[in-house]
Write a protein that binds this ligand. Structure first.
Ligand code: DGY
Length: 426
């Protein structure tokens, strides 16, 4: 497929999922606004419609909670094709939202869109308005999700990670009970192949946590300590650290010194603390179970995505070397779980498949760290996957089979972004 054809196709996918002031990830399976989907999709919009890109992020942040949290889903209009809907979350917001958050990519997205903006005046105005909100969200993370000041934030629900059913959560998840969850009907499996989705057992635990947090009135000063699930994810923390660093640099340019200084302190503490997650045997970072204090022995993409943060140069080189090893066991980089590990499942959501958004962030981190060796392979694999199997939510790293939802906004946004940002000789 020619570059211009691929871009035209991607723009069509984005247009079909555009609801005017926000995009849905895909019709049917995800009928509302999702947090990190929106921020990453804005990067795609920015390549052909800057005002629309800014609107996407503005809409997301318009639903920020008073304590600073930016919720993971905003239920703009009712849709009973999704479970769990607003009545399960019970957050009592004017426009209903969930009560948990998602990877804070928005700070990175704002900085990137601002840096290459053609309309500089619009970019300055938007960034000035958005940075204080994003900064408040970052501060909320370290206050609510790192109460002991370790420099790393914990996830309290697998859905916060964005990597819902990763092998990383399996052991900690056994501590989440299922008693009292009650009967419910999943809707995701009517839109997508159940073999590509989390299991019923996992869903019971997802819902148990929602009910637990709801019983605490969604009071973020209570949730952390009350949660039987507290996991520190290197990928998630890397996104937060990178966002803090980008906000620091942009705030400095926009003469917002307090935000710049506070963001820098958070980023530096985060980078230093990331070192505790490095695992020399595997040659990548690992999650930490905050409840037990032990590293989680699970070779997932979370520990590779860590390169998105400004980690030390020798660690970035280590990640590049790890990617070379992974490349030997799959056809398409980057599998969300090591294909040689027994838990690997090539089709099942975050237990094996390739996600273009992760590929994009990993490649960006490698480029920033001066480790270009694997970038061409990773970006080339993204294009091959889409050519072979279309704009699916995720793809099998061995067979390229399209998985999950079809016609997917952020997959399309990443293709637009990748084709504009990377030089492909072919
Ligand atoms: C879902 O419904 O599968 C989402 O990933 C939760 O955010």
């Amino acid at each position: 497929m020619q570059k211009h054809e691929m871009i035209a196709h991607a723009r069509q996918v984005m247009a079909d999922n555009d609801r005017g002031t926000y995009t849905v990830p895909t019709h049917g399976l995800y009928p509302f606004q999702w947090n990190w989907d929106s921020a990453l999709s804005a990067l795609g919009f920015a390549q052909f419609d800057e005002p629309r890109a800014w609107t996407e992020i503005e809409t997301l942040l318009a639903h920020q909670w008073e304590d600073g949290m930016v919720p993971h889903i905003i239920f703009h209009t009712p849709d009973d094709g999704y479970f769990p809907g607003p009545e399960v979350w019970g957050t009592e917001r004017p426009v209903p939202t969930t009560g948990i958050t998602q990877p804070p990519v928005a700070g990175f997205a704002v900085a990137r869109i601002h840096a290459r903006a053609r309309d500089k005046a619009l970019a300055d105005t938007q960034a000035r308005a958005l940075l204080p909100r994003i900064h408040a969200w970052h501060q909320w993370f370290y206050r609510a999700r790192d109460p002991k000041g370790t420099g790393l934030v914990a996830l309290l629900h697998p859905w916060e990670s964005g990597r819902d059913n990763s092998v990383d959560w399996d052991a900690a998840f056994t501590r989440v009970p299922t008693e009292g969850v009650g009967e419910f009907t999943r809707r995701d499996t009517t839109h997508a192949n159940p073999a590509h989705r989390p299991t019923d057992e996992q869903y019971k635990r997802y819902i148990w946590l929602v009910k637990k947090f709801r019983s605490l009135g969604w009071d973020n000063s209570k949730l952390h300590d009350a949660s039987p699930f507290q996991v520190v994810d290197p990928g998630f923390n890397a996104i937060l650290i990178r966002a803090c660093q980008e906000v620091a640099e942009l705030a400095e340019r926009l003469d917002m010194p307090q935000i710049a200084a506070e963001s820098r302190v958070m980023a530096e503490a985060g980078v230093a603390a990331m070192e505790t997650l490095w695992n020399e045997d595997l040659g990548q970072y690992l999650c930490l179970d905050r409840t037990t204090g032990a590293q989680i022995d699970s070779p997932s993409i979370g520990g590779i995505l860590a390169v998105f943060a400004p980690i030390p140069k020798h660690r970035a080189a280590g990640i590049s070397a790890r990617l070379k090893v992974l490349a030997e066991s799959c056809e398409y980089l980057i599998p969300s779980h090591d294909p040689t590990a027994p838990e690997f499942e090539g089709l099942r959501y975050w237990r094996g498949p390739v996600w273009l958004i992760v590929n994009y962030m990993v490649a960006d981190g490698l480029a920033r760290a001066g480790e270009p060796e694997m970038i061409g392979r990773i970006m080339g694999d993204c294009l091959r996957l889409i050519e072979t199997s279309g704009f699916a939510e995720y793809h099998d790293p061995i067979t390229a089979d399209p998985c999950g939802g079809a016609h997917f906004t952020w997959t399309a946004a990443m293709i637009i972004e990748i084709l504009h940002s990377y030089d492909f000789a072919a």
